[in-house]
Structure formats: C-alpha cells, structure tokens
Design a protein around this ligand. Sequence first.
Ligand code: ADP
Length: 217
Amino acid sequence: MKTFCVIGLGRFGSSVVKNLIEDGHEVVAIDTDTKKIDNFKDIATHVMIADATDERVLKNIEIDKFDGVVVAIGKNMQASILTTMLVVESGAKNVVAKATTDVQVKVLTKVGAGKIIQPEKDAGERVADNLAHPDISDYLDLSADYSFVKMKVKNPKFANLTLNQANLTQDYGVNVAFINKTDGTANIGKHDTVISIGDTLYVVGIKKDIEKFSEII
Ligand code: ADP
C-alpha cells in the first residue's frame, strides 16, 4: 500500500483518486471547492479544502513524504503551474501533472514535472489510432520511435510456423516479445515458438514497421 496526494478533483483528479483507492492505496485529496471535497469525504482517505498554491499548505501536509503527487488542476493554468513548481521544489517524488494545452505541457516540463498527462489529447490519439489500425488492440509508446503493440494473427501464411521460420525480424523489422496462444498457454517469444491463427502477439518495433506488420499478420 502506498500514499498519494491528488490536488484538484475535476474529472481527471476524481478518476485518479477512485482508482488509487480501489487499488488499496491511501489518498489525500485537496481542492479549493467545498462541494468537490464534500463528494470525496467518504471516498478519499483524507480530504482538505485548501489552495495548493499556498506553500504553507504543502509544507503542512509534508508533500515530500508521499509516494506520488498528482497535480490534476487543468484549466486554471496559473494555479496548475505554480502548484506543480512548489510541489517539485519541496522535493516530492513522482510528480504527475495534468495539462490541457501544449503550452502548459512545455511549462510543466520546464518546472520539473516527472510526467505530464493530457487526458483529452491522449484519449483522442488512442481513438484515432484504433480507428486507423483496428488490428492493433493495445499499444504502449516506448520512445518517440518505438512501440509495444498487441495484435492477433489472422493471415494463414503465418500459421504453424515457428518464430524462426516466420523470420519476422529480418522481413518486417519487428520482434515478438510475448505470445498468448489460443490453447490458453503463454510464453515469451522464442525461436521455436509456433504461431497459430488467433494467437495474440506482443510485438516491439519501430512504429512504421509495426503498422505495416499489423496489416500483414
Ligand atoms: P478536469 O478537466 O479534469 O475536470 P479542472 O481543471 O476542471 O479539471 O478541475 C480542476 C480542479 O482543481 C477543480 O475542482 C478546482 O476546484 C481545483 N483547483 C483549481 N485550483 C486549485 C488550487 N489552487 N488548489 C486546489 N485545487 C484547485
């Protein structure tokens, strides 16, 4: 069990609090809005009506002692930036900040936020990617160029070949890291692992190569 502080109980902050609590963690929730705090007094471990841009508030709750701090103030850019700056300066670990605009992302990066989330933009990109590449069911960006993607085997051309015979790295530039087989077994991708139609592959590679491969597999 870990202890987190979530500042701002808008849609994003609320969802973060609920998920952390469901996962069994302790959460201190802060908001300037009495109504928001009232809604969360039976959900979060502790709630606080306070202005997080006030350094004393952050000092009092010992913000540097939490396992992670989420600054979920989006629309009030000034409060978002100032709070993130104070939280980072206080020595807090794992600072995640929510941004609503690209400018805010830039400033929050400069201020030192460890991770910046743009929920609407991230969700929009995911929906667009899913529409454009319906064969790719899930993905994780590993860097600007590389992705880790989940996809199903549909092409009979690959049926009953070992990964070695399929020659995916040479021919398509991708690497199968893990395979979930239709018979219920699962394993890391080895040279003698046999691929069957319907298997789920977890593939690593350059995004363009993965996109091409997802249309072939
Ligand atoms: P969302 O788009 O996720 O709903 P909002 O930006 O609308 O996010 O909500 C941010 C929340 O942060 C609001 O509930 C607001 O009352 C709260 N908030 C704004 N400024 C501060 C502050 N200085 N200290 C604490 N909470 C704040």
